[in-house]
Design a protein around this ligand. Structure first.
Ligand SMILES: Nc1nc2c(c(=O)[nH]1)N[C@H]1C(S)=C(S)[C@@H](COP(=O)(O)O)O[C@H]1N2
Ligand SMILES: [Mo]
Length: 573
């Protein structure tokens, strides 16, 4: 067996491969163990989650802008690439000194374990995947640089005619009686001739200098090594996929499908005829669950079992209460169309959707728990630790703020917060729409900053009046003549009074508003344009029911929502 103090005869390039195999073994094993201990304990997920939570806001914005809604996949792929690079380095270090390589693995295991402990609801078992994974990675690393799969040096080299003098000294690989040039019965050394037969030419040391030019390895051991790497990578991939698959089977889709939602005591009014102009390219008035935007910090979608779900309403209240899912379903339900928008929606962006929500009015629950004086903030807390802070006054002012269980006639989709989430008309999602909610804590704005506030976003997030041109867009290349310009406008809980369009900064022209269900949803608008050939710029602006027209001053999404008029420049044929 190799000892830890000598330089491995596994060459640096192969050692790098061994390091990658070790990392794969570590991650595959960890994923398998995480299938038992829960998804938040997977080191990849835990470290990724920590990165999401701690990345400086500009980096996060960059990630979202560059990778769009694929930002989570990009994060995972980026992490894997970075990890691969480090693993190769660890392998090369291990070939020089095994203990250094093993220490590298211990550090990575430690990071995974520590990250898992920082996740919401973590317990001691959450370190297991990282620890067991690190042990597996360490064993694999040892096998490739000092154990049975270590490369054997080329047992013989022809004398170098006029080369540099043989290098001697501590860096020279000392022949290891256990691993060097013993064929160990694995096919023998037929291909290498009989170089170690006594009486053959003397073994020269120079080709064996670690990393030196022309360092050669025994082809049999190389085949064995590469087969080993391939096997480890294959087994690790199968283990990792199996772990993910097993974890997925513990998901809550079956529990979700078994649910029958109660009928609302107060159904949503029907969508008025003509609310949806059904114009090609125009967002539909009601957004389907499948096409509803998704924004959250969760790398793996939380799987919350309704059978064990609880909502604790506590903090600065006279009568704290804990509700089960059955308790919630037993209460009178209302059903409302509410348009939800993200504060990160750029002017003209599509992080907005309109759905029919079924749920319990939060106002009634607050009346029962009786908030104490000064409890001006209600903090919604998700199972994954994410929080939002909503003004208590907004939740009690009579609007249809809901603890929602249904979305467009179905139980909430898992991605959209199953089993229970908040929906508050008129507020951006980051201050109101807590998914996978498990707590409502009455506190004050002075006492608690919710998730996005220390990250540079405003504590208050009322939706700003906005409007968007959905059609035509440049790729439509409309022909000269009558063109229907159409889009959506929103000012949730205030309502839209007027939408105007202008062409090439000409006079503002009033658009037609389609009927809408309530002030809590967006409204579709349209305007007939007599388009002339050439390049034109269309602009839109909306006025809410308080008489305020949206400002044309362009501002970015941080800290409390973008402003400016949506413009579309296109060429008319
Ligand atoms: N648990 C949790 N809830 C959350 C978030 C989150 O990151 N975690 N993001 C919020 C934000 S910023 C928005 S805009 C809405 C989006 O809801 P959706 O994904 O159902 O469209 O969810 C809100 N609720
Ligand atoms: Mo958001």
């Amino acid at each position: 067996m190799g000892n830890t103090w000598r330089v491995s005869s596994t060459t640096p390039r192969f050692a790098a491969l061994g390091g990658v195999a070790a990392a794969a073994a570590a991650i595959g094993t960890a994923e398998l163990v995480a299938a038992l201990t829960g998804p938040r304990s997977s080191p990849l997920v835990a470290v990724g989650g920590l990165v999401v939570d701690t990345a400086p806001e500009p980096v996060k914005r960059f990630g979202i802008e560059v990778f769009g809604t694929n930002d989570k996949i990009a994060l995972l792929v980026g992490t894997a690439l970075l990890l691969g690079g480090f693993a190769a380095l660890i392998g090369m270090l291990a070939a020089r000194r095994l203990t250094v390589g093993l220490a590298g693995i211990v550090v990575f295991g430690g990071i995974g374990a520590a990250a898992a402990l920082t996740r919401a609801g973590a317990d001691a078992a959450d370190v297991l995947p990282s620890l067991v994974g690190a042990a597996a990675g360490g064993a694999v690393l040892w096998a490739f640089v000092a154990g049975p799969l270590e490369l054997d040096p080329w047992p013989w080299s022809p004398p170098t005619p006029a080369g540099p003098p043989p290098v001697t000294g501590p860096a020279v690989a000392a022949p290891d009686p256990d691993s060097v040039a013993t064929s160990e019965g694995t096919g023998g050394t037929t291909s290498t001739g009989s170089p170690s037969v006594p009486g053959g030419p003397p073994v020269r040391e120079s080709p064996l200098v670690p990393g030196g030019p022309g360092r050669r390895v025994d082809p049999d051991s190389r085949r064995r090594f590469l087969t080993g790497v391939g096997t480890v990578l294959g087994v690790a991939a199968v283990g990792g996929v199996a772990g993910r698959w097993l974890a997925g089977r513990q998901g809550v889709s079956a529990a979700r499908e078994a649910i029958t939602l109660p009928a609302p005591v107060s159904p949503a009014p029907p969508v008025p005829a003509g609310a949806d102009l059904a114009q090609p390219g125009l967002a539909s008035y009601v957004t389907s669950n499948r096409s509803f935007y998704r924004i959250d910090t969760a790398l793996v979608v939380p799987q919350v079992d309704p059978a064990t779900w609880q909502l604790r309403i506590h903090g600065r209240v006279r009568n704290p209460v804990t509700l089960s899912y059955a308790d919630l379903l037993a209460r009178p339900m209302v059903e409302r169309y509410v348009t939800l928008a993200c504060v990160s929606n750029e002017v003209g962006g599509d992080l907005i959707g309109n759905a029919r929500w079924l749920g319990v009015p939060i106002r009634e629950l607050l009346d029962e728990v009786a908030p104490l004086d000064g409890a001006d903030q209600v903090v919604g807390r998700s199972v994954d630790g994410w929080t939002c802070g909503t003004p208590t006054a907004v939740l009690r002012d009579g609007r249809d703020a809901l603890l929602a269980v249904g979305m467009n006639g179905e139980p909430l989709p898992v991605q959209h917060g199953f089993p229970v989430r908040m929906v508050v008309p008129g507020l951006y999602g980051y201050v109101s729409a807590c998914k996978w909610i498990t707590e409502l804590e009455l506190t004050s704005f002075a006492d608690f900053d919710a998730y996005w506030v220390p990250r540079g976003w405003s504590a208050q997030g009322p939706v700003k009046t906005q409007s968007r041109i959905d059609t035509p867009r440049p790729r439509n290349r409309p022909a000269a003549g009558p063109v229907t310009v159409a889009g959506v406008a929103w000012a949730q809980h205030r309502g839209i009074d007027r939408v105007e369009v202008r062409v090439d900064e000409g006079p503002w022209q009033q658009a037609q508003l389609a009927p809408t269900i309530s002030v809590d949803t967006w409204v579709q608008w349209s305007w007939q344009w007599q388009a002339t050939p050439g390049e034109h710029t269309l602009q839109v602006r909306a006025t809410d029911s308080t008489g305020e027209t949206q400002t044309g001053e362009p501002r970015g999404v941080a800290p409390d929502g973008a402003t400016g008029w949506h413009s579309v420049t296109l060429t008319v044929a």
